[in-house]
Design a protein around this ligand. Structure first.
Ligand code: SAH
Length: 204
């Protein structure tokens, strides 16, 4: 999967590719679609949500430019797959999921896999996780109407935030860095994500 659908499509960061090779994706997807766990596509995970395509997971994590020392905030835990990949590439992962059922399952799997540097909580992630801020990196796995202000506030001065922006069918992947009192936004290509639903996201 990693060679064919991630590396061949342009993800080059060797640490990211290695971390993805180490995480068994079939453990995270529902048994009904387990045969497709190592295919190229997004897959349904319940609650109208999806686990992202392997390529986009690799691409977004590569854009974070992790060295191993960072404190990372993830919004949209889903199955926990991306949180576990992140846990191998940084110091600590704080992940927020708004749907109880998904968060519980992900937290259980993370514990069973003996991953001790990733924590999951149920909350509206558009508020960020203020107790733990600032974060060196923030990664959002659902598409927002615009960059949620609390996430910018909780980003460390030299931090990076990767987030898909836009409505269904017309989303762009953005990398946001702080620049003085404002932000710098880089366009990193098109994207296809479920909506980020919350106070600073789309309304329910
Ligand atoms: N990273 C996940 C896939 C995420 S799919 C994985 O590896 O499996 C996007 C997730 O974002 C969904 O589970 C959805 O419920 C969640 N989500 C949407 N809006 C949210 C919000 N405001 N706060 C937290 N999670 C949110």
């Amino acid at each position: 999967m990693v060679e064919r659908y991630v590396a061949a499509r342009g993800v080059t960061d060797a640490r990211v590719l290695q971390a993805m090779r180490e995480v068994p994706r079939h453990l995270f997807v529902p048994s009904l679609v387990a045969s497709k766990a190592y295919g190229p596509g997004a897959l349904p995970i319940g609650g109208k949500q999806t686990i992202s395509q392997p390529y986009i997971v690799g691409r977004m994590i590569e854009l974070l430019e992790l060295t191993g020392k960072e404190k990372v905030l993830e919004i949209g835990t889903g199955t926990g797959y991306q949180a576990v990949v992140l846990s191998k590439l940084c110091a600590k992962v704080f992940s927020i999921e708004r749907l109880n059922e998904l968060a519980l399952r992900a937290a259980e799997l993370i514990r069973e896999m003996k991953i001790y540097n990733a924590t999951v909580k149920v909350f509206d992630g558009t508020y960020g996780w203020s107790d733990q801020a600032p974060f060196d990196r923030i990664i959002v796995a659902a598409a927002a109407p615009s960059v949620p202000e609390p996430l910018v506030q909780q980003l460390a001065r030299t931090g990076k935030l990767v987030i898909p922006i836009g409505p269904a069918g017309n989303q762009r992947l953005a990398r946001v860095t702080r620049a003085g009192t404002g932000v710098k936004i880089e366009d990193c290509g098109s994207a296809e994500f479920v909506p980020l639903v919350g106070r600073f996201g789309w309304k329910e």
